[in-house]
Design a protein around this ligand. Structure first.
Ligand SMILES: [Zn+2]
Length: 289
């Protein structure tokens, strides 16, 4: 499940890909849905669009130009056609997942069956034939160095993958920690605002790396988007503080969500309530401690 509040209608990447394919200019004829996202990465958009997954899950394929294998990040949903398209790209030597949500992991076991590649995640329950990821670990695979960064907040097991050699400033696969559009929900109580703000600090310090999100388009500067996300979070927090002054310190999550997220679509109301709960927990934890 996942990810954006509010869901903003932008270009549909699948439709764009089809259009570009008709033009015959951008996507390779051999695999018209494989899209280039950076020097060392491409992605296939999974067919799971929705209010929480934007256009769908971007399943990334990492590979150096001279490599004879690739790494897949986030197999996506259990959609046989999508998983076969990933498996048919050539030898897959490793499968990584950014976090536990089903729109990233439901296809993991089937993709392992199709490719024989181990699946690694921070949470051992989402590893299949591979070891859990360790914070700070550097993985060398498909001719590429991949650094594992623990970035809890969206969920407690969220990680990002830093590719320092990808283009001029490197790139970071951000999973749902940073999205291509909108903002990320915090999956309270597993997701926590204090953790999330620390993760944004960590990502901002990486600088101008390209942002390769699990949903939505690629963005040019991790530093800029991490700063903007923090600004948005602090603005919401200020609105929640004001709402509590009006509603009373013990106001319910639903009442605060009515006050602060009155404009969101019904389809993302539950996500809004979870983010409110995470923010109330943060504020009340601070007040109490
Ligand atoms: Zn997620």
């Amino acid at each position: 499940m996942l990810c954006s509040i509010p869901a903003v209608n932008g270009g549909n990447a699948a439709e764009n890909a089809k259009r570009r394919c008709k033009d015959g200019t951008v996507t390779p004829a051999s695999n018209p849905i494989l899209q280039r996202s950076s020097a060392l990465t491409q992605f296939i958009l999974a067919p799971n669009p929705g209010p929480m997954s934007l256009d769908g899950t971007n399943s990334y394929v990492i590979s150096a130009a001279e490599a004879d294998a690739s790494v897949v990040v986030d197999p996506g949903p259990a959609d046989e056609g999508h998983l076969r398209r990933l498996a048919d790209l050539g030898r897959v030597e490793l499968i990584l997942v950014t976090h536990r949500h089903a729109d990233h992991t439901a296809g993991s076991v089937r993709l392992q069956e199709l490719t024989g590649a181990p699946v690694r995640a921070a949470d051992p329950r989402h590893c299949h034939g591979g070891e859990p990821l360790r914070d700070g670990e550097t993985i060398r695979a498909a001719g590429v160095s991949i650094q594992v960064l623990a970035t809890p907040g969206h969920t407690s097991d969220s990680v990002c993958f830093h590719l320092p050699d990808d283009g001029a400033h490197g790139s970071v696969l951000t999973g749902d920690t940073i999205l291509g559009r909108g903002t990320t929900m915090l999956d309270y109580p597993d997701g926590a605002l204090g953790d999330y703000l620390e993760s944004l600090d960590l990502l901002e310090a990486i600088g101008q790396a390209a942002v390769l999100p699990a949903h939505g388009p690629v963005l040019p500067s991790l530093e800029a988007i991490a700063r903007a996300y923090r600004g948005h979070r602090l603005e919401r927090l200020g609105q929640i503080r004001e709402a509590l002054q009006r509603l009373g310190r013990d106001a319910t999550v639903a009442a605060v969500a009515d006050a602060v997220y009155a404009d969101v679509e019904p389809s993302v109301r539950r996500a809004a309530e979870m983010s409110v709960a995470a923010q109330l927990d943060y504020l009340r934890g601070r007040a109490g401690g």
